[in-house]
Design a protein around this ligand. Structure first.
Ligand code: GTP
Ligand code: MG
Length: 164
C-alpha cells in the first residue's frame, strides 16, 4: 500500500494534537500539553482504498524542519485567534514557494479549528475559503472538542496526494 507522510503545522494552542488524538482515538484532550514531536503510523482506508499514514504532530516552534520531509500538510489555525490565521497563511505561502522551487507535489489542507467557539469567532469562513482557493488548498472548519469534520481533514490530505 502507498505511504503518505503528513505533518500538522500551526501556531501553539490551535489544537493540532487535539485533532490528531480525536482522529486516532476518538477522544478529546482537555489539558494543554505543548507537544514535542511525535509521529503516528496507522493504516486507514480512504475511499475504499487502504493507505499507510505517517502523521507527524509538531511542536509549534520548529516548523521549517518539517517542510522538506513531507508531502502532505495540515495547516491549522483557531477561528477565535486572528494571529494564528496570519501564521497559517505565512506557512502555506512558504510551503508553496519551497515546493515549487523543488518541483515537488504537495497537498495542503487549511483547517480552521475550534468552530465550537463560534460565538467568539474572529476569522470569517469566507476569508479563509478565499485564501484556500487562491493557494489551491482544501479547507475545513473543525472542532476537535465536538468532533466536527475531523476525519475529512485527514481523508482530504490523502485524496489530494492521490491526484499525483
Ligand atoms: P502545541 O502542541 O503547543 O503546538 O499546541 P496544539 O496545536 O497541539 O494544541 P492542543 O491540541 O494542545 O490544544 C490546545 C488547547 O486547545 C487545549 O486546551 C485543547 O483542549 C484546546 N482545544 C483543541 N481543540 C479544540 C476545539 O476544537 N475546541 C475548543 N474549544 N478547544 C480546543
Ligand atoms: Mg500539540
Amino acid at each position: 500500500f502507498r505511504d503518505y507522510n503528513i505533518v500538522l503545522l500551526g501556531q501553539g494552542g490551535v489544537g493540532k494534537s487535539a485533532l490528531l488524538v480525536r482522529f486516532t482515538t476518538g477522544r478529546f484532550i482537555h489539558e494543554y500539553d505543548p507537544t514535542l514531536e511525535l509521529t503516528y503510523d496507522m493504516c486507514y482506508e480512504v475511499d475504499e482504498e487502504p493507505a499507510v499514514l505517517h502523521i507527524t504532530d509538531t511542536a509549534s516552534a520548529n516548523e521549517p524542519v518539517y517542510l522538506s520531509q513531507n508531502e502532505g500538510f495540515i495547516v491549522v489555525y483557531a477561528i477565535d485567534e486572528p494571529r494564528t490565521f496570519q501564521t497559517a497563511k505565512q506557512l502555506i505561502k512558504l510551503i508553496r514557494e519551497l515546493k515549487k522551487q523543488r518541483g515537488q507535489h504537495t497537498a495542503i489542507v487549511l483547517v480552521g479549528n475550534k468552530v465550537d467557539l463560534n460565538h467568539s469567532r474572529s476569522v470569517s469562513n469566507k476569508e479563509a475559503l478565499e485564501f484556500a482557493s487562491e493557494y489551491e488548498c482544501y479547507f475545513h472548519e473543525t472542532s476537535a472538542a465536538n468532533n466536527i469534520n475531523v476525519k475529512v481533514v485527514f481523508q482530504d490530505a490523502v485524496r489530494q496526494l492521490r491526484l499525483y
